[in-house]
Design a protein around this ligand. Structure first.
Ligand code: URA
Length: 240
């Protein structure tokens, strides 16, 4: 074989290799997305069947988490209210409209994130969730986190903050990034005020708006860190 056709063949092999790799990566991420969607659906069905969950009298009382199974950011609120219980979707009332506004302010579409609550139903008269209610529902939230593996978790209000940072006070920690060990994994937690609290208090509204503006750079930082770890692993594989 002459030099010219040898290099043409090599070029074409390289081309098809990188096309195949690209397609493998594509189908891998499509498969992963589908797997995550299926797992989230299973969590929803398990909750609807769970006879030990408090505050529900029928499966339709459950307000499951909602959003992108491949989300990089997960938002965790407290519990549903009236509108959430009718639409069976978290954050669709006034607090939800404000959350949508906050997401728009940083150009993150609501459809790209995942939104859920500590308690996946509506407590009577929108009272605060009780410790035993938080505890009983927590295994389902843990499963959602395990499936989605978000790069950043934003807690909205003191109840979801308390799950990861039990001794923190929201006034001292809002808008800051914390790395928390959670079931052998490092989770990145950014506590924020609850959007409903912001609707009641102008200063809280100013602070939550400011805190949201920090989210894109926190996310970028986490993605860069992941890339660095990925590259390091590839380098180490080459040495083996
Ligand atoms: N407040 C919450 O914490 N969750 C909702 O879904 C709505 C309001």
């Amino acid at each position: 074989m002459d030099k010219q056709s040898l290099s043409t063949n090599l070029f074409m092999d390289k081309q098809s290799l990188s096309t195949n790799l690209f397609m493998d990566k594509q189908s891998l991420s499509t498969n992963l997305f589908m797997d995550k969607a299926k797992e989230l659906q299973k969590i929803r069905e398990d909750m609807e069947r769970d006879k030990n969950l408090p505050l529900i009298s029928k499966p339709e009382d459950i307000i499951p988490g909602d959003g992108n199974p491949g989300a990089e950011i997960v938002f965790i609120g407290e519990a549903g209210g009236y509108h959430e219980s009718i639409q069976r979707k978290p954050f669709v009332g006034n607090a939800g409209k404000f959350l949508d506004q906050l997401l728009r302010s940083i150009n993150i579409p609501r459809e790209s994130v995942y939104i859920t609550n500590m308690v996946k139903t509506r407590p009577p008269e929108n009272r605060d969730p009780l410790p035993e209610e938080l505890e009983t529902y927590s295994k389902y939230l843990d499963r959602e986190i395990e499936v989605i593996q978000p790069k950043v978790i934003v807690t909205l209000g003191r109840f979801s903050m308390g799950k990861f940072l039990p001794t923190a006070r929201i006034s001292g920690v809002h808008g800051k990034k914390f790395v928390v060990k959670w079931e052998d994994k490092d989770l990145v937690i950014v506590p924020m005020y609850h959007p409903a609290a912001a609707l009641r208090n102008g200063e809280v509204m100013r602070q939550i708006r400011e805190d949201f503006l920090k989210l894109p750079s926190i996310l970028e930082e986490m993605k860069n860190k992941e890339d660095e770890v990925g590259q390091l692993k590839t380098e180490q594989m080459k040495l083996v």
